[in-house]
Design a protein around this ligand. Sequence first.
Ligand code: UD1
Length: 415
Amino acid sequence: MAEYIIKGGKRVCGEIDISGSKNAALPIIAASILNAGKTTLYNVPNIHDTQMMFEILKKLGGNVTKKNNKIIIDTSKVNKYEIPEDLMRQMRSSVIIVGSLIGRHKKALFSYPGGCDIGTRPIDLHLRAFEKMGINIGKNYGNITCSCDKILGEKIDLDFPSVGATENAILTACLAEGKTTITNAAREPEIIDLQNFLNKMGAKIRGAGSNQIEIIGVKKLNDVSYNIMPDRIEAGTFLCLSAMTGGNIKINNTNSETITPVIDKLEEAGCKFNIKKGEIEILAPKKLKAVNIKTMPYPGFPTDLQSVFATTMTIAKGTSIIVENIFENRYKYTQELIRMGAKINVEGKTAIIKGVRKLYGANVKATDLRGGASLVMAGIVAKGTTKIENIEYILRGYEKFDQKLQKIGVDIVVK
Ligand code: UD1
């Protein structure tokens, strides 16, 4: 397993480009199965999770080629409907292929998904949405079979606005008979990106971004070319890093509207922003003020930035209260931060952080993707050298992370 070595104590400064969104790219790559033809994608981040998704497509009979900055996917020969168990275990988002397989073959076979260990992560809402649309579900020792004669447009009311369940319901409904209405749908910007992509392919979807989405089934979808939206979680990570180091950076290829809650909270902590179309510049004060956050479904504060923001607060003036409402096991990284001198007390879904003057370099281990990125941030401000093990978790979601960090003045190497 590779590791990062960081010499800390630096203030970040400069400009970087934000990559395409991981969480938009994954369902869009999965959706390419639906047109049984060609999909050309731009701005796909070159990270472990998108590579895994391409591997699954290839195992199903698809062809993926890379030409300069575009990825061409040909799914005309996708003839399998079984997602290989080893790939399914490696990445939770692999479950997002199921809706497309049902749409294409009226059949899918898969096992319970794996992924980051941040909570139990059930898929009951996905399965209930499939059942509502006339899909028969069979369960046998951890394997799940979905099959049907036809997919029926239906009314689906989600118990919780799950991002993945909303996406899977949309993907299944594109080629269904009749109209599907999803209520209590997730409102994340990545769902709008999926809607825009599918509509460009010929689907009839409206309402993404609100809590009610309507899909009118069509008979066939076309070849398509699409540019993936920028990654709002990567943007939020770099803004928090800049805030934490008292830095001044400008991020390009971004959309400030998708990270409003993060910008608002960083402003409350004392940061100043200069926002233009596609660009955000942040100027951080010498010392941040402690602020509280609660994670919520969009448009609330994103759970994927909880660890990043909490880490920023470890050296703020005062005490911050962090409440994690989405995933129950998302505080593992705090144990590693404590080794670096942070004062954090976790009780259930709440973390109480007492700001300290300094963090100190230590040997730590990434335990999940975003928690791992948070340790990198801590290493950058810490006095001394930090060694971070298990960086494979971080590489699942951040493209060229070390190179981008070097560009803004961080002393980081991969070993
Ligand atoms: C997506 C994102 C992930 C983000 C999360 C919440 C992708 C690839 N991943 O994950 O980065 O952290 O949204 O914003 O887009 N739940 C159930 N039953 C289900 C499905 C979900 O109980 O069938 C629960 C989960 O355990 C969790 C909550 O709903 O507590 C939110 O999960 P969900 O929105 O589905 O997250 P993902 O789609 O897995």
